[in-house]
Design a protein around this ligand. Structure first.
Ligand code: KG4
Ligand code: ZN
Length: 351
């Protein structure tokens, strides 16, 4: 059973084809980075127009790479939210056209859930309970994937905590811009930080040790900017690699600590990392060390499955199909679609 997944929630036009829920047949990403780079961030209108131009050729490339034809595809999955409204609408409208034209089931996918379910493409079925750290350009949260309450249903997500201000990727991108690095900033900081000293600057670790699973990043961002201005005013030379490494370490410290603590507190031994920031080499290494110490299991897919891609949408769509959750052709885009579909645990130590 082949499911084709379409992803247009932000600045990547991506189409993937997944076979039988677990096998990637193709995963093609047409990046718009060059279009948005001059603006230092994603311009929603530019993104939507580019999706419109890139969607059809990306579908064709994905079919060629998968070695199949559109006639072989048995369901169409598409990211329905969260994301940029205009960008999402292009993918949703395109998916509806395909589903209607070929009389195929349409599957409306939650982008954040798809980031987590991408792990099944590398590690097989995710067996709940699992703690998931979801860190992307627009989102930072800790959730638990729980057993379905009804036979045949999908597991549910319960929120433990989330950022109270900026998302992790947003902080990486903003600081990279401030340091005069390219866009998107996460990979640039990751690269530069490798030659820097993570202890060179003592940046704050907001909300570390506060007993919740929440995150805060705007204070850290301000502290980095203030430190740079102070050094410049004092006529001191600034080593950007040291700044990048110290900033990254502050983010990684809190994320590793809270994710590992959530697993320990809840007695859960598997942690999944998902989303674009999960591509960060320092976060991956530190989390692997921490999980090794606790004896837990860490699931982090390859970088191409962490950043936005179509295969994760196809996998999440295949899960929806298996649970019989097919969308109507009236499917709309929901820019604010939440990840958690279970109510927060009232006994939990979170906000
Ligand atoms: O999940 P994603 O591809 O798109 C969204 O759903 O937002 O995440 C994009 C974010 C960007 O902010 C980007 O800078 C960040 O992920 N990112 C990274 C790395 N690669 C991508 N952040 C830190 N280190 C990386 N290696
Ligand atoms: Zn994403």
């Amino acid at each position: 059973m082949l499911v084709l997944g379409i992803e247009t929630s932000c600045d990547e036009t991506a189409v993937g084809i997944v076979e039988d829920r677990f096998t990637v047949r193709s995963n093609v990403v047409a990046s718009q980075v060059d279009l948005h780079a001059p603006f230092g961030g994603v311009v929603p209108e530019v993104a939507a127009r580019a999706h419109l131009e890139l969607l059809q050729p990306t579908i064709e490339r994905s079919l060629v790479e998968a070695g199949c034809r559109l006639e072989d595809v048995e369901a169409i999955a598409v990211t329905a939210g969260p994301g940029l409204a205009g960008a999402l609408l292009v993918g949703v409208a395109g998916a509806k056209g395909l589903a209607l034209g070929r009389d195929l089931p349409l599957l409306g996918v939650n982008h954040l859930r798809a980031h987590v379910e991408a792990a099944q493409l590398e590690f097989g079925e995710l067996e709940p309970p699992v703690v998931a750290l979801v860190v992307s350009g627009g989102h930072t949260s800790l959730v638990v994937l729980e057993e379905p309450t009804v036979d045949g249903a999908r597991p549910g997500f319960r929120q433990l905590g989330s950022t109270i201000d900026d998302a992790a990727g947003e902080a990486f991108d903003k600081i990279a811009r401030f340091l005069g690095l390219g866009y998107p900033g996460g990979p640039e900081i990751d690269r530069l930080a490798r030659s820097g000293d993570p202890t060179a600057h003592d940046f704050p670790r907001p909300l570390a040790g506060d007993g919740t699973y929440n995150f805060s990043l705007s204070g850290l961002k301000t502290a980095v900017i203030r430190e740079l201005r102070r050094l410049e005013a004092a006529g001191r030379e600034v080593d950007l690699a040291d700044v990048a490494a110290s900033f990254q370490e502050a983010i990684v410290d809190v994320q590793v600590d809270k994710a590992v603590r959530a697993a320990t507190d809840l007695g859960i031994d598997t942690v999944v990392m998902a989303g674009g920031v999960a591509a960060n080499s320092r976060l991956r290494a530190r989390m692997a060390d921490a999980m090794e110490r606790t004896g837990g299991r860490l699931l982090v897919p390859h970088v191409q499955l962490c950043t936005d891609n179509g295969a994760m949408v196809a996998a999440a769509g295949a899960n929806l199909l298996a649970a019989g959750q097919v969308a109507e052709l009236s499917l709309s885009a929901d820019p604010n679609m939440p990840l958690a579909d279970l109510p927060p645990d009232p006994a939990g130590p979170t906000s």
